[in-house]
Design a protein around this ligand. Sequence first.
Ligand SMILES: [Zn+2]
Length: 314
Amino acid sequence: MAQNLLHRSVAASFRWVSHWSGAAVRQARAIRQPRILMYHIIGDAELSVRQFEWQMRFLRDHFEPISLGALVDRLQAGTTTGREVALTFDDGVQNQFTVAWPLLRAHQVPATFFVCPGLIESGDWLWRTNLRMRLNVLGNATRADAARNAGCMATEIEAIMEWTKSLPMDARRTFEQDIKSLTADFTPPRAQMDSHAPLTWDQLRQLGGDLITIGSHTRTHPILPTLTESMLQDEIAGSRVALEEKLDRRVDLFSYPNGANNPGVADMARRHYRAAVTTIQGMVAQESDCFLLPRIPAGENRAAFTRRMHRPTA
Ligand SMILES: [Zn+2]
């Protein structure tokens, strides 16, 4: 344990030295491969507003921020320069309208927002965010009981959350319903509302198309490999139709919820979109499959960020 801690702090110090000396930036610039960055919420414990603004200045200074659609154009034409970086935001939550968008506009950095039209329509929260908050307010014994009744032997919140990802849709809905009735009085705290509630159609219509591309993140954010063919069709193809009708703009980019896909899921995406992004960590290569594009999670501090720009899996 102590050794592990020591190892971690040595590794962290090394990252800072590498960052401040400029070595990390030089290494990143030397690698001529496009990057797609993955974001969710700006201004929380993981990624502060200051850090995000620094990242945008950094990207403008050292790389070429372009839209994901423009990057796909270049990949298909074989004309990438390896300086491209495309920003993506998953889940379509309030924070992206109130915090991320004004910052992107101020710095003139394009981005793609992957949103779920079913959640926008119903106003429902991302099922995972909602379930996690509700599990969190349950007592340990009640939570363990509820999980056990549903066939899950785990008792810790994150382990239960992990187990839910493997459930068929019906079983997952039943479990969510059980937890909902156990926490009937629950309302999310204000700060969570401000950041995690879904965007509204009106907000999405305000996002300027020159800077913000709207992509689909399915209708309701299910784990796609657990679905039947007809559900897949509705979540993947139906979500595009819904977004295009409501927003009157073209939607041809897709993001797999939680990155989860299999050959059947990817084939469905191929039939209905121009490209799709995953959560596989890596840089884009000229020969990358445009329906399995890797992304880089934005680091929580400068050192972690500059390191991931040349070592995406670090
Ligand atoms: Zn998501």
